[in-house]
Design a protein around this ligand. Structure first.
Ligand code: ADP
Ligand code: MG
Length: 360
C-alpha cells in the first residue's frame, strides 16, 4: 500500500512557545518497500509516524493509505487507528512482561473477537515466521532481547496488516544484538513484501535496512533517495554530513567542463562531479574519508593534493589520519598496513567522481 502525505503540519504548544514538529510535509511512501525516516532527535519522526497511525491529529493536510483517505482536515475525515489496517513496533513497551508469548502475540486478534482456534492457528503461523515456534507458553520476560523483539514483530504482523511501522525498535539492544536483529528484520520484511515505515536516528541502520531513506530536519523532509544516492550523491550539506563522516570544504564554483565542475577551495583547484551551480557561487565540497587515498609514491592523475599527517589513530580495520592541507584538516581512512607517522608529508589524488558539491 502506498502512503501519501500531503501538506501535513503539526504544532505543539509548550511553555508558552510553539514547536513546529511537522512543517508542511509532502511525502509519498511507495508500496512494498522499507522506507526510513532518518533524522536527529527532535526533528519530528515520531510525530509523523503517529499522524500516519492516527495517534496524533495533524493541524493541516491529508493522509491516504492505499486508496483510503485516513485523515483530512478539510474533508473532516479521521479514521481511527484500529481501522487503518496497520501493525506497529515501538521502542518502549515492545512487549507486555506479565503475559506469555502466546498472549502477547494473540492480543490484536483477541480484541477483534476472532474465534479461538483461528487465533491459535494464526499465532502459530506468525511465530514460526519469526522463528519462535513452540515458544507459546514461555513468559515474555524469560526471552533474550532479540527474541523479545521478534515477539513484538510477531504481534505487529499477526493481524496481517497492509503497512507495518517501526519507531526506533532496536535502540534498546546492545550493539552486537542490534546488528543481528537488523539483519533478521531485513530478511523478514523482504519475505513479507508489505509497506514498512521505519524511524531511526541511526544512519548505519538506515543505510543497511532501507530501500528508500527520507532525511528529516526540523519538521521538514530535506531529501529522499535510495541509500547509495543519499550517501554518494546528496544535494544538501546537512544530508551529506548526517549520513556519514564527511570532510566539508568551502568552495567557489569557477567553471564547468564536460562531466566536471571546477572549484577553487582550500585544497586548490579541484575538479568535482558535475553540478549545475552557477559560476561564481559558493558551495561545499564533500569528500568521504574513505576516498582520500594516500599514494605510496607520487600521486598522479587529477586533483593531486599535498599535505602533512597531523594525527594518526589505529582503529583495527583502518587508520584514521588527519591530514593538514593549509587551513583545512581532512580526515582520511586508510589501510592499516600503510607505514605512516605523524609529521610525514603525504600526497593524494581525489577522484572527481567522489568530489561531491553540495549546498552551502
Ligand atoms: P523525533 O521522534 O524525531 O525525536 P518528535 O516527533 O518526538 O521527534 O518531536 C518533534 C518535536 O516536537 C520535538 O521538539 C519535541 O520536543 C516536540 N514534541 C513532541 N511531542 C510533543 C508533545 N506531546 N508536546 C509538546 N511537544 C512535543
Ligand atoms: Mg522519536
Amino acid at each position: 500500500m502506498e502512503i501519501r502525505i500531503q501538506d501535513v503540519s503539526k504544532n505543539y504548544f509548550s511553555g508558552g512557545k510553539t514547536i513546529k514538529a511537522l512543517d508542511h510535509v509532502d511525502l509519498i511512501i511507495p508500496a512494498n518497500q522499507i522506507f526510513t525516516l532518518l533524522g536527529p532527535s527532535g526533528c519530528g519522526k515520531t510525530t509523523l509516524l503517529r499522524c500516519i497511525v492516527g495517534l496524533e491529529a495533524p493541524d493541516t493536510g491529508e493522509i491516504s493509505i492505499g486508496n483510503d483517505v485516513v485523515w483530512s482536515k478539510h474533508k473532516n475525515i479521521n479514521v481511527p487507528t484500529e481501522k487503518r489496517g496497520l501493525g506497529m513496533v515501538f521502542q518502549t513497551y515492545a512487549i507486555w512482561p506479565h503475559m506469555n508469548v502466546f498472549d502477547n502475540v494473540a492480543y490484536p486478534l483477541q480484541i477483534r473477537n476472532i474465534p479461538r482456534d483461528v487465533i491459535r492457528q494464526r499465532v502459530a503461523k506468525t511465530l514460526s515466521f519469526v522463528h519462535l515456534e513452540g515458544m507459546e507458553k514461555r513468559p515474555a520476560t524469560k526471552l533474550s532481547g532479540g527474541q523479545q523483539q521478534r515477539v513484538a514483530l510477531a504481534r505487529a504482523l499477526v493481524a496481517e496488516p497492509k503497512v507495518i511501522l517501526f519507531d526506533e525498535p532496536l535502540s534498546n539492544l546492545d550493539a552486537k544484538l542490534r546488528e543481528e536483529t537488523r539483519k533478521e528484520l531485513r530478511t523478514f520484511l523482504g519475505k513479507l513484501k508489505i509497506t514498512a515505515v521505519y524511524v531511526t536516528h541511526d544512519r548505519v541502520e538506515a543505510l543497511a535496512l532501507s530501500d528508500t531513506i527520507a532525511i528529516m530536519r526540523e519538521g521538514r523532509i530535506i531529501e529522499v533517495g535510495d541509500p547509495k544516492k543519499i550517501y554518494f550523491d546528496a544535494n544538501h550539506r546537512f544530508v551529506a554530513d548526517f549520513i556519514g563522516r564527511a570532510n566539508l570544504v568551502k568552495a567557489t564554483v569557477r567553471a564547468h567542463d564536460g562531466d566536471h565542475t571546477i572549484v577553487d577551495c582550500g585544497l586548490g583547484i579541484i575538479a568535482c562531479q558535475r553540478r549545475d551551480i552557477p559560476t561564481g557561487s559558493e558551495a561545499t565540497l564533500c569528500i568521504r574519508p574513505e576516498f582520500i587515498r594516500i599514494a605510496r609514491g607520487e600521486a598522479g592523475g587529477k586533483n593531486v593534493v599535498n599535505g602533512r599527517v597531523e594525527s594518526l589513530i589505529f582503529i583495527g580495520e583502518a587508520y584514521e589520519v588527519e591530514i593538514r592541507v593549509g587551513d583545512e584538516l581532512l580526515l582520511a581512512k586508510i589501510d592499516p598496513d600503510v607505514d605512516l607517522k605523524v609529521g610525514n608529508a603525504v600526497n593524494f589524488s581525489l577522484d572527481p567522481a567522489h568530489c561531491l558539491l553540495v549546498s552551502i
